[in-house]
Write a protein that binds this ligand. Structure first.
Ligand SMILES: [Cu+2]
Length: 339
């Protein structure tokens, strides 16, 4: 109803403006002015308006950047995140520099070279030197950015080969995440979608000896400075593991395993102190629009120190080693909280 009224009001306002313009034209005509003719006064006004627009626009840009900078993520909570932030900052500096230079030149020139009857425009059909400069400089700058970006990305993703990493599986489905810890053997048990049932949401193969000590949880706990390898799977559609505070994102694709290797570097407690906010929590979000309740698909992430982590881990329960995972005798997944 409100939108309908809004639409009608908008249409009426447009009609009213059109009528007023028409009236102004008619009065000008009646008073003998030729409204088609562009006068010196018009040119000066338009030229000055260009300067005003530049000035107001620049103030607006600087103000909004300052005003909303609090929405920018805090310092990275992972080791590799520092490289991503550097890359981002270099991009910001470049973009802002180019933006300010080009916009100031654009509007200042529009003012400076507004029409003047005593001045003739120069005719320059081509200028090879100029074209060379405006082709080569952006090519070098953009090429440099691509090489820099790829180098950082390769360095981050190649780190995966590290063998000391703790393996944690993240499993996405519409619409929640489950984390599986590999247990004492640091080896995840095999999983098979045929074994998925209400008591075994990840389809873990309980016949696999590696699966017996696996632990399923609904809250992701990470140990500070512990190299961690996320092993990522999805059940139904493409999801994406997104942990913005760690500068970490990787797609979760049905039918394949993806991975991300990283080292958490700031505990939840430290970050709360940094941000002066004792309600702060790290979060894992789904970053692929995966259906109606996509926005609810998140999991709390906690970075613990050694003691906190051990304390939490000791409270978890692993798979019941004796049960067999089939539909008639489902394995018990005691640690999966029914939210
Ligand atoms: Cu999702």
């Amino acid at each position: 109803m409100i939108t309908f009224l809004g639409l009608i009001v908008t249409i009426l306002v447009i009609i009213a403006i059109a009528r007023i313009v028409r009236i102004l034209e008619l009065t000008a005509y009646l008073s003998g002015e030729n409204s088609e003719r562009i006068t010196e006064k018009n040119n000066n006004l338009q030229g000055t308006l260009n300067l005003v627009f530049l000035f107001v626009g620049m103030i607006f840009i600087v103000f909004t950047t300052w005003r909303y900078s609090r929405f920018i993520l805090p310092v990275s909570a992972s080791k590799h995140g520092v490289q991503i932030d550097n890359l981002m900052n270099v991009n910001y500096v470049l973009i802002f520099t180019v933006f300010f230079i080009t916009q100031i030149l654009l509007f200042v020139f529009a003012f400076k070279y507004r029409h003047n009857k005593n001045r003739r425009a120069e005719f320059i059909p081509e200028n090879h030197k100029l074209e060379f400069v405006w082709t080569i400089i952006p090519t070098i700058v953009l090429g440099g950015m691509i090489v820099y970006g790829l180098t950082v990305w390769n360095r981050i993703t190649n780190a995966v080969s590290n063998k000391d990493a703790q393996v944690i599986e993240l499993y996405g489905k519409q619409f929640d995440w489950t984390a599986r810890y590999a247990g004492k053997d640091n080896t995840l048990g095999k999983a098979n979608f045929l074994k998925i049932n209400i008591n075994n949401p990840l389809g873990v193969d309980s016949l696999d000896p590696n699966a017996k000590d696996d632990i399923l949880v609904k809250e992701l706990h990470l140990k500070i400075n512990q190299p961690t390898l996320l092993s990522i799977r999805a059940q139904d559609v493409i999801h994406s593991v997104y942990m913005p505070h760690f500068r970490l994102q990787m797609n979760a694709v049905p039918g394949m395993t993806t991975q991300f290797y990283f080292v958490p570097s700031i505990t939840t407690d430290e970050m709360r102190k940094n941000l002066n906010n004792d309600k702060f929590d790290y979060v894992l979000l789904c970053n692929k629009i995966c259906g109606m309740a996509h926005y609810t698909m998140k999991m709390k992430v906690v970075v613990d120190d050694e003691n906190q982590y051990a304390e939490w881990m000791n409270k978890q329960k692993s798979f019941d080693g004796t049960a067999v995972a089939d539909n008639t005798n489902p394995i018990k997944v005691s640690a999966v909280a029914s939210k």
